[in-house]
Structure formats: structure tokens, C-alpha cells
Design a protein around this ligand. Structure first.
Ligand code: ADP
Length: 524
């Protein structure tokens, strides 16, 4: 049992009583009933981000009342939607003792507008819920889930997550929010500011300063409704895979991808991944190599041949009338054919290959859980923590990040399993750092590796777009331009909106005065 820092048991009990009066006894969890809120893959230990209580409101009015009670008792609360953000801490807070404000009971799909292609949802609506709703009602719209496809549109968008279809940039495809501010006030953003607006989910920007982004990766409010744009099902869909034989092909592949993506010939958030990430879907390390240290090139060649993989594998898709797809496909094939040994595959060619099939699902908005298979790479107890550096879409940068990460990992006995997700002008370089989360030594090794890679990459100008609750301070420390001007601005807003610092202390490394002893790095 933990308490919020600085709080005595009597105050905690009074606050818990207040929460119970608001939501009912069964929706306030303490003690053993908090198990479901633990970090499933703790990188330090479970104690370092344990919550003291979980409170699950049924509606917006209860969220307002809970935040007012939290102000009264100086009770820190960490909002989660479905709490499935598991690579980054799940539902667990940055500061031990914080309570979880669990929004999963608020799970209404308030509206789906097929003609205009949007949905308005509450935080507890998962990607599977929305997908099933569209299927059951024969609505010809696609969702865009992340991988794996659990979690929620609100939780993922607020973390600025990505999917794999043309609607892969989730914040770009968000339109209108309802937010409960830390003092309990309610705001509707964008056109939602106009009472009875008929444009809330149709025009993002409203009037005056545009504020939606402020509530992402933030501790400024609790989002209780959000509009999400949905892609109309296209008249045709063609997922494809291109394999590239050599590790050294990376730079050339990326140089080919950039103009194709910028001009939208590659229309979706397509992915280039290394062979081990694909292999980990269907095999374990032990099955391909039992030695320690780097897997030798001869083994790579053998398993790649067996699995029809390259050292690099590109997964893309085309959407639209067949004539247009055929023309684009010819163009894309020509472009990638510049890389000697490039091989092209359609869904037909890869039938029965789980590594292809889950990518093909993701790119057409079908949620899946297949990617969890990679956790078995080193054996039982597997968890992962993702290093998520951003990279320009250039060969030089990709190679530099790849070489550094491969080398650092190899030095401490790990393989590199990674992918580059190609956004509009950037790549999200996701390094799946798999470790045995039940083994303290393994945790420490991966913790150190993550920290070293972040710091050394930072010296080269790279930073992450998102991180685990335990690395929020580390990444915050990288954003030091002009003596941390961004931190000053974000803290000014924090103090204005949440003077008592009750909401999500430590989120994105922002620490209100009451908890500033937990800040680390150069801003501490
Ligand atoms: P998902 O529903 O996709 O599993 P989570 O619920 O784990 O996502 O949310 C990810 C993170 O986003 C949380 O840790 C929290 O910081 C933030 N967050 C999630 N939902 C909300 C919300 N409704 N309002 C404010 N912040 C939220």
C-alpha cells in the first residue's frame, strides 16, 4: 500500500471516502484490486510506479466531481483511457502514490457519421469496440489502430501514436475534444465552442488560439470526448511487401522511400523493418541461433531464405480504384527495383505468413494482437520498452541511428529488432527493446542501454517522440533550447491551469511545485 507523497493515511482515507461517494464503492479500488493497473513490463520495479487508488467514473459529471475532490485533498490523479499503453508504463503513473483516474467505464460511441467519415467517442471506447461497431452496423468506414491494436483512439491520440493506414497520424485525424480542466470546468475545443455547433467533428481549428495539441502528452486536462476522422473504405486495397537482401541497402531504400512518400505515391504510414522483427513473429532467437553475441551473417542468410525475408522488409499498401493502384504499383516497383536483389510480394504470394498478414491487417485498419509474439524472442518473461527516436527520412540518418543502436545493443548482449515508420516528413524509428521483466539484472541492463542510447543520440540531435513513464525526465532533459524555454512555457500553463498540481504529476517530465523533488536532470 502506498500513499501519495506527503499525504498521511487519515487524509488519504477521507479522500477515498469522497471518491466513493461520487462513483460508488465498487468503482474505487485499493490494495489487491490495483493489480490491473500495474506496469506490465516494469523497467525498474513495480514499486517505483505503483498507484495508491483507482477511481472509475461513469460520466463527465463524475469526472468533474472527482477533480474537485482531488483539489480539496491535494490528491494527485493520473488519467487513463483503457490503460493499455503497455510499452510505456500501462496505466501506471510517473510518480508512485498517484491515483489512477480510470475512464474505461465511459465507453459510449456517441456518433458515427458515415457520410462525413468521423466518429465521436468516449475514452473507454477501444479500437476493437469501434471496429466491431462499424462491422456490426455495416458502416463502410475504416479505423486506424496502432500495433498491437488494443488501446483506445483517445489514449493513443493523446500520446500522439501512429497507425499504418493513410490516416496513420492520429493527432492529424483528431477533430474536436471535450476536456475537463483540473478545476472541474468543461471546455469543448475547436468548433465545439459554438453551442449546438454542426461543425465540431468537421473543422479542427475553431477560433482563436488552437488548443487541442495542448492536451496531448499533457497534464492540463482530462479528455472525455474526442472526434476521430475515419477513412471511407476504398474501392480497392493492395498490400505489398518488398524484401531487400543486404544490411547495407538501408540508405538506398530510405532515399527511394522519401520522394514516394512526400508525393503520396506511398499513401500510408508504411514500415521498413529489419528481418529479426519479422522473424520474432513466428520464431524465437533460440530456434535460429543458440550462440551468444551477434547472430552471424550466415545464419541471417539461411533464415531469411527459409522465411523469404530480406535483411530489410518494406510493407506498404495502395488504396483506390484498381487502375490507379496498378499504375502506382508499376511506378513503385520501378523505384525499388533500383536496389539489386529487391523482391516483390502481394498478399497472394504471402498467404499463410503471419508476419505479412498482420501488417496487411494493420494497413487496412483491422486491429490485431499478433505483434505480441515478438515478446517471446529471448524466452519467457518477455516485455519490451520502445526507444522511439525521430529520424529525418534520409539514408544517412537512418544508417547512423541503426548502426549506433545495433552496436550499443550488441555490446550488452541484445539484438536489434526495429522498424522505421514513415510519416509525412519524419520516420518514427521504433527499437523494440525486449527484456525479461521478471529479471532485475536484465531490467537494469536494458534501463542503462535505453538511457545511454537516449543521451548519446541526443548529442547527435535526435530525440524521442514518446516515452515510458520512467523516462519522462530523461527525454524532458533533451528539450533544453534557450535554457529550457519550452519547459518554462509549459510550466506556466501547468501552474495556471492546475495550481495545486493534482493532474498527472511528472507527465512529460513536468513537475508541479508540490512534487518538484522528483524532477531530474538539468531542470531539477
Ligand atoms: P490506451 O487507451 O490507448 O491504452 P492509455 O489509457 O494507456 O491509452 O493512455 C495513454 C496515456 O495518455 C496515459 O498514460 C495518460 O497520460 C494519457 N491519457 C489517456 N487518456 C487520457 C484522457 N482521457 N485524458 C487525459 N490524458 C489521458
Amino acid at each position: 500500500m502506498v500513499l501519495p507523497p506527503g499525504m498521511d493515511q487519515a487524509t488519504f482515507n477521507r479522500a477515498a471516502e469522497a471518491f466513493r461517494r461520487i462513483v460508488g464503492n465498487e468503482w474505487v479500488h485499493v490494495g489487491d484490486r490495483l493489480k490491473g493497473y500495474e506496469d506490465p513490463f516494469p523497467i525498474i520495479d513495480k514499486e517505483s510506479s505503483r498507484s495508491s487508488i483507482a477511481v472509475a467514473p461513469a460520466n463527465v459529471e463524475q469526472v468533474q466531481q472527482i477533480l474537485r475532490a482531488a483539489n480539496e485533498f491535494n490528491f494527485p490523479l493520473w488519467p487513463v483511457s483503457t490503460g493499455r499503453n503497455i510499452v510505456f508504463g500501462g496505466a501506471s503513473p510517473a510518480m508512485t502514490g498517484t491515483g489512477v483516474l480510470d475512464l474505461k467505464r465511459m465507453n459510449r460511441i456517441i456518433e458515427v457519421n458515415e457520410a462525413s467519415g468521423y466518429a465521436l467517442v468516449e475514452p473507454g471506447v477501444s479500437y476493437f469496440d469501434l471496429y466491431n461497431y462499424l462491422q456490426e452496423n455495416n458502416i463502410q468506414l475504416w479505423i486506424d489502430p496502432p500495433s498491437p491494436g488494443w488501446g483506445s483512439p483517445i489514449g493513443n491520440t493523446l500520446e500522439r501514436g501512429m497507425g499504418y493506414s493513410p490516416y496513420g497520424d492520429h493527432l492529424m485525424m483528431q477533430c474536436g475534444m471535450e476536456v475537463v480542466l483540473p478545476d472541474g470546468d468543461i471546455v469543448r475545443t475547436g468548433m465545439g465552442g459554438v453551442p449546438d455547433s454542426n461543425m465540431w467533428q468537421l473543422f479542427k481549428y475553431g477560433f482563436g488560439p488552437y488548443v487541442d495539441g495542448m492536451f496531448t502528452q499533457s497534464s492540463y486536462g482530462v479528455v472525455t470526448k474526442m472526434g476521430v476522422w475515419l477513412m471511407p473504405k476504398p474501392p480497392g486495397y493492395f498490400p505489398y511487401m518488398v524484401t531487400f537482401e543486404k544490411e547495407e541497402d538501408l540508405a538506398q531504400i530510405i532515399e527511394i522511400i522519401r520522394p514516394l512518400r512526400l508525393s503520396t505515391l506511398i499513401p500510408n504510414a508504411a514500415v521498413l523493418c529489419n528481418n529479426l522483427l519479422d522473424l520474432a513473429i513466428t520464431t524465437t532467437r533460440e530456434e535460429i541461433y543458440t550462440g551468444a553475441g551477434r547472430i552471424p551473417p550466415s545464419v541471417h542468410r539461411r533464415v531469411n531464405e527459409e522465411h523469404r525475408l530480406g535483411m530489410w522488409n518494406f510493407f506498404g499498401a495502395l488504396y483506390g480504384p484498381p487502375d490507379i493502384m496498378n499504375a502506382s504499383w508499376a511506378y513503385i516497383r520501378d523505384a525499388f527495383s533500383q536496389v539489386p536483389g529487391a523482391k516483390f510480394y502481394s498478399a497472394e504470394d504471402r498467404k499463410g505468413d503471419p508476419a505479412f498478414e498482420y501488417r496487411a491487417q494493420a494497413m487496412q485498419g483491422i486491429p490485431h494482437l499478433t505483434e505480441f509474439s515478438v515478446l517471446n524472442w529471448y524466452g519467457p518473461g518477455g516485455g519490451h520498452i520502445d526507444l522511439t527516436l525521430l529520424s529525418p527520412v534520409t539514408g544517412d540518418h537512418a544508417v547512423r541511428q541503426y548502426e549506433m543502436q545495433t552496436e550499443y545493443a550488441a555490446k550488452v548482449g541484445y539484438d536489434y529488432l526495429g522498424e522505421f515508420i514513415v510519416g509525412w516528413r519524419d520516420m518514427h524509428h521504433i527499437n523494440f527493446m525486449i527484456f525479461n521483466h521478471t529479471d532485475p539484472e536484465d531490467r537494469q541492463r536494458v534501463y542503462d542501454l535505453y538511457e545511454r542510447l537516449t543521451i548519446d543520440s541526443g548529442k547527435l540531435g535526435y530525440a524521442s517522440y514518446r516515452t515510458h513513464v520512467k523516462f519522462q525526465n530523461l527525454v524532458r532533459d533533451q528539450f533544453g533550447y534557450n535554457d529550457f524555454a519550452m519547459n518554462r512555457l509549459q510550466m506556466s500553463l501547468k501552474n495556471a491551469l492546475d495550481p495545486k498540481g493534482i493532474l498527472a504529476p511528472g507527465k512529460a517530465g513536468l513537475w508541479p511545485d508540490r512534487y518538484k523533488q522528483f524532477a531530474r536532470g538539468r531542470i531539477a
